[in-house]
Design a protein around this ligand. Structure first.
Ligand SMILES: [Zn+2]
Length: 310
């Protein structure tokens, strides 16, 4: 199974107005370097809450490299010593590390399929998500980036209003197995704080960017109470906006029709840009509204906690 993804194209960097230089890596993927603060449109961003200032000493949302804030409930001794690896560099990755992206390895607490064929959407919330939310008649599952959540709180609130299930997709879409333990914790904690501040809830479900998860990453996400959600059907919608699409749009729909005949599975899709949202709407017409959220797939809860926000 190929589980790479160009999702960080979806970060809509142009809108972030980050006051740092950019560089191009590995083709045309633009990324911003440095742990600078997010200086997007403060008028429309989720306000940085006082409780988070009290806890972190910061007063604005971070950029793509969020700072590590130590947490008393995280026991570093519980994190196994599996070596870090870059995406696609699997030759030296031990089977014992149970990597999903390298070996399609799942642990018993991972969710990898569903009793009914069900769509899931990663990389939002974005302006394009609104069209999808308008179109869906069933509840669906959205795995959001923290950085997009605080930049599009109005879209996030639409997801809540339409009763969709929202899980975390990290703060800024890094390939987690390549990071240090502290950097992984930072990606998770800031994503949760973004959801706390924007939606008044603490997530239960976590989808690792690029499917990048091994037992070192799991040992961290489990300590946050999160359960990992992977997939067994990749729509390859993300490749439509790359230079070399893996599938044509028609091939995507043909796959979905085949999967619908089988009737089960979790389908990986994206709502970061309009192109993949349009595909998601068509896929929804093919599958129909008889779908489950990830929580319903396994009979689990939607959120660990919900609470009122100002
Ligand atoms: Zn993604």
């Amino acid at each position: 199974m190929k589980v790479s993804c160009l999702c960080f194209l979806f970060l809509e960097l142009a809108f972030y107005n980050l006051v740092v230089g950019t560089e191009t890596q590995e083709g045309s993927n633009t990324r911003v370097i440095g742990g600078v603060a997010l200086t997007g449109d403060k008028l429309t961003q989720t306000p940085f809450p006082q409780w988070l200032t009290d806890f972190t000493g910061m007063n604005q949302w971070p950029g793509l490299d969020p700072p590590y804030i130590p947490l008393s409930f995280i026991d570093m001794a519980k994190i196994p010593d599996h070596r870090a690896y870059r995406q696609g560099h699997c030759l030296r990755v031990s089977r014992a590390a149970c990597s999903f992206d390298c070996h399609v390895c799942l642990r018993p607490d991972d969710v990898g399929t569903c009793g009914k064929l069900s769509q899931t959407f990663d990389d939002g919330p974005s302006r394009a998500s609104l069209k999808l939310i308008d179109s869906l008649e069933n509840r669906s599952t959205f795995f959001v980036l923290g950085i997009n959540t605080v930049n599009h709180p109005e879209v996030y609130r639409e997801l809540i209003k339409h009763d969709h299930l929202i899980g975390s997709h990290s703060w800024s879409h890094k390939f987690l197995p390549s990071l240090s333990n502290e950097e992984i914790i930072a990606q998770i904690e800031w994503s949760i704080w973004a959801m706390n501040a924007t939606g008044g809830h603490y997530p239960k479900w976590f989808r690792p960017p690029y499917g990048g998860i091994d037992d070192r990453v799991r040992a961290i996400t489990r300590q946050f109470g999160l359960q990992a959600v992977l997939w067994d059907h990749d729509s390859f919608d993300w490749s439509l906006i790359s230079n070399r699409p893996i599938k044509s749009e028609e091939e995507i729909y043909s796959d979905v029709r085949d999967w619908k005949k089988a009737g089960t599975g979790l389908l990986l899709e994206h709502d970061g840009v309009e192109r993949t949202v349009d595909v998601g709407i068509n896929v929804n017409r093919i599958i129909g509204k008889d779908q489950l959220t990830v929580a319903e797939c396994v009979g689990g809860i939607d959120y660990i906690r919900t609470f009122p926000i100002d």
